[in-house]
Design a protein around this ligand. Structure first.
Ligand code: ADP
Length: 483
């Protein structure tokens, strides 16, 4: 058993903007089940404080002249101990964890997450009288990137792991910020936190962590190339012997069509005949024509370039002439929201666009849809294709990252050997997308083949158990003296 401090800037169900929250809300639970002694460290945003029921104050200290308290609670629905970093000056404000309600990044994000990191470092070095010192500190994304860097300055320290959930988000700030934060001078170097004259939080993890992971084996490989490396491929190549990819699992309790609390009609792979009832209900709810013969294509996503919005928009004119209904739920860049909404207004029978964040609707879309659209330009792991597989909703994906690792194309050969579970584009283009949709629609007309594809998808094992075991093995490696 090891003591693991798991650091994340979001964790479901307390606070969520994307996939990181899903991972941080379920991997620590899986690790606890495998006898690891877990603490999850999270900022005390107002949404988090509103959701917790029982809590106690553990410790207090001042950082940059701001009082900070550590509050202990539990991750709802589990026994995982959560330590909240309560610094009202930095975290008690309306809006999101990283940006205000207009989508603008908080002006003081560097300070907010520097404090978060310094608290983590104090816990790691047992300097907050918490009576618990981790063997391993597991950091996630740029918000915790300073932790391995700051810990590297100590000889007696826990092992450090840094997981990249998305290399595109790096936590870049100007050099002045480095000075204002009084970060140790020796960290300002090219083989340190400096990135072309800027302060890079993510480099703190990539340069200094004992082990680096990403959330799928393919993405771990891809980020070594300039195309996916965002300027960090050189550094990652230098550290490649410490880099590996561990595929995310999913929370199988929360994403289970057999028990899903948001579904009126539950189903599993042995009762697939019940699934279409979900489509009828959603068609009624969203005022779409109720028609079982149309293939419903769902999408629940951040509306950003990464998610393939450009090729989707290029395809729409043709897509809406096909026997399909598209249902898109998401928020993101305004120009995508506007374009999609305009298309939906012009073609209300074919396309429904719901701008917003809606957990219940996300589940209903997964259950109602026949196909799921995820033609990402890159995808570190992707969770929605995994939810779709579990809900017998066949993903249409590009061959990148975690999508390539989890979706098996419905080629003739794969259909025959019963491994096919979705549709993989040859490349990321509108033409390839339309070809795949056409291929999918041809198979949708063959109920027996379709049923088999759904069964193949639904019997996939995406539980956390295997991946948690891989993390434990990695922790052991990081703890070994010759790491
Ligand atoms: P990313 O982390 O890049 O956003 P993932 O597929 O890894 O993409 O995870 C996205 C998570 O966020 C999924 O759980 C998805 O269901 C959820 N999600 C994204 N947008 C919305 C939305 N508008 N409403 C509800 N859930 C959403």
């Amino acid at each position: 058993m090891s003591k693991i401090l798991y650091i994340s800037s979001e964790a479901f169900p307390l606070i969520k903007t994307g996939g990181l929250a899903d991972v941080a809300g379920s991997l620590p639970v899986a690790l606890l089940k495998q006898s690891q002694d877990m603490r999850l460290l999270l900022p005390a945003y107002p949404e988090v404080l509103n959701k917790i029921t029982r809590s106690k104050k553990l410790s207090a200290k001042t950082y940059y002249n701001m009082p900070v308290e550590i509050i202990e609670t539990r991750l709802p629905g589990s026994n995982v101990i959560v330590w909240l970093v309560d610094c009202p000056a930095l975290f008690d404000r309306p809006g999101g964890p990283y940006s205000n309600s207009h989508g603008q990044a908080w002006h003081d994000n560097a300070l907010r997450f520097a404090v978060f990191c310094y608290v983590a470092v104090d816990i790691a070095l047992n300097q907050l009288q918490l009576n618990w010192q981790p063997d391993v500190v597991h950091c996630n994304d740029w918000q915790s990137g300073l932790v391995p860097a700051l810990l590297s300055l100590h000889t007696e320290r826990p092992a450090t792991i840094f997981t990249v959930h998305n290399l595109a988000y790096q936590g870049l700030f100007n050099h002045q910020t480095f000075i204002h934060l009084h970060l140790p001078d020796e960290l300002w170097q090219i083989n340190g936190l400096e990135f072309y004259g800027q302060l890079s939080f993510i480099k703190g993890g990539l340069v200094y962590a004992d082990k680096i992971t990403t959330v799928s084996p393919s993405y771990a490989h891809e980020i070594l190339s300039p195309e996916f490396g965002y300027g960090l491929d050189g550094l990652l190549n230098n550290r490649s012997e410490h880099l590996s990819g561990i595929l995310n699992g999913i929370d199988e309790k929360h994403w289970n069509p057999g028990t899903d609390k948001y579904l009126k009609q539950k189903y599993n792979r042995h009762s697939l005949a019940k699934k279409p009832r979900n489509k009828t209900q959603l068609q009624e709810e969203l005022s779409l024509p109720v028609d079982a013969s149309l293939a419903m294509i769902g999408m629940v996503s951040r509306l950003v370039e990464q998610k393939g919005l450009d090729i989707i928009l290029q395809s729409l004119a043709t897509l809406i002439t096909m026997p399909v209904q598209l249902v898109i739920l998401g928020t993101g860049e305004t120009h995508y929201e506007i374009q999609l909404t305009e298309w939906a207004q012009q073609h209300p029978d074919r396309l429904k666009v719901i701008i917003g964040y809606n957990e219940a609707l996300a589940h209903k879309i997964e259950a109602a849809s026949d196909l799921y659209l995820m033609p990402s330009t890159f995808e570190p792991c992707g969770l929605n294709q995994l939810y779709s597989l579990r809900y017998g909703n066949l993903p249409i994906v590009t061959p990148v990252g975690g999508l390539a690792d989890t979706v098996i194309d419905a080629s003739e050969k794969n259909i025959k050997n019963k491994t096919a579970n979705g549709f993989v584009l040859e490349q990321q283009s509108a033409t390839a997308l339309l070809n795949s949709v056409q291929r999918a629609l041809a198979l949708f007309q063959k109920p027996e083949v379709w049923r088999q594809l759904q069964v193949n998808a639904m019997r996939g094992d995406f539980s956390w158990q295997t991946s948690a075991g891989r993390y434990i093995a990695l922790y052991q490696q990081a703890l070994s003296p010759n790491c």
